[in-house]
Design a binder for this molecule. Structure first.
Ligand code: 13P
Ligand code: SF4
Length: 313
């Protein structure tokens, strides 16, 4: 393994490549990256990069987002099978039908969608800015929100916008967290704070001391005076939490049905150091987005970045 990690560093230098990694990837991949972040941070970083070669260590829609924003760059994804159940839960033709049925609605889509779905979207969002984006729209504006029903439900609960139309999609990882097992853990660790991603179901969010994107949960764990945390999001984030707070204890929230006790996103875990090495060496597989689709999808992401900037996010 040491040899592979060294070879990746050498290839990265030789090819002047940038490596971006999401918090859910394996620790060794995170440690090789120039930027480790949540979906919003990775999209923001993508537009700042000067490198012609970018490797996205994350899932397919993240690579697509970089390519949409930077069409002249070569964007690589170490494993093209790294999909996302949430993005897959929103199929283009069915989504188009819903959009067509809701003329006059502002379409807000989570970044966890295909480029095709983004092309039907007015404003993209991530878990870091979704609530702020919806809050920033006039109360009279009608909203169609996609694809995550749990994030949509959370936004409804925080804004009282009960008329928001929400696509019925979900992330199989975040829907798996067990309320009963979190309650059991709270008995064992009564001082532990529960951290939850808004893609979790409402009963889990009700138990949470902090609900937020991966970046927001990381920040909370750093700033909190508590020393124990039950983490209800993909456990890859614990690597950064533990790194910045080595004296604190992070307990992964268990899924409803598992023998291993953790709730890994198998798509994120497809991005291994071995595949990263091969990808850099062969400059393949490469993410491609057809130009007319790219232009249509770009508008919604650029709008999100502009709003985020104006909100200081
Ligand atoms: P973040 O927006 O927190 O990066 O979450 C992305 C994601 O895929 C959550 O499952
Ligand atoms: Fe998609 Fe869920 Fe994996 Fe995030 S954790 S990449 S939403 S499948």
């Amino acid at each position: 393994m040491e040899q592979i990690l060294e070879s990746i560093k050498q290839l990265k230098r030789e090819k002047n490549a940038a490596i971006l990694a999401h918090y859910y990837t394996v620790a060794q991949v995170q440690d090789l990256a120039d930027c480790v972040g949540d979906s919003l941070a990775l999209a923001q970083e993508a537009v700042k990069l000067n490198n012609d070669l970018v490797v996205m260590c994350g899932v397919h829609f993240m690579g697509e987002t970089v390519k949409i924003l930077s069409p002249d760059k070569k964007v690589l994804l170490p494993d093209m099978r790294a999909s996302c159940s949430l993005a897959e839960s929103c199929e283009y033709s069915k989504f188009k039908q819903l959009v067509d049925e809701h003329k006059g609605y502002t379409v807000i889509s989570y970044v966890n969608t295909s480029a095709a779905v983004k092309s039907l979207t007015d404003i993209c969002c991530t878990s870091s800015n979704a609530l702020a984006i919806v809050k920033g729209l006039p109360r009279s504006e009608k909203i169609l929100f996609a694809p995550d029903r749990n994030l949509g439900d959370y936004i409804k609960s925080q804004t009282g916008r009960d008329d928001m139309v929400i696509w019925d999609g979900a992330c199989h990882v975040h829907e798996q967290f067990s309320v009963e097992k979190i309650v059991e853990l709270k008995k064992q660790f009564p001082n532990a704070k529960v951290l939850a991603h808004p893609e979790c179901k409402r009963p889990v969010l009700i138990l949470a001391d902090k609900t937020g994107s991966t970046a927001a949960l990381l920040k909370y764990s750093q700033e909190s005076s508590s020393t124990e945390f039950i983490v209800a999001t993909e456990p890859g984030i614990i690597h950064q939490m533990q790194r910045s707070s080595p004296h604190k204890t992070f307990i992964p929230a268990p899924p409803i049905d598992s023998t291993c006790g953790c709730n890994d996103c198998e798509f994120m875990k497809m991005i291994t150091p071995e595949k990263l090495y091969l990808c850099l060496k062969n400059e393949s597989p490469e993410v491609q987005v057809e130009e007319s689709l790219r232009k249509k999808a770009e508008k919604s992401i650029v709008r999100m970045l502009e709003i985020s900037k104006s909100l200081g996010l």
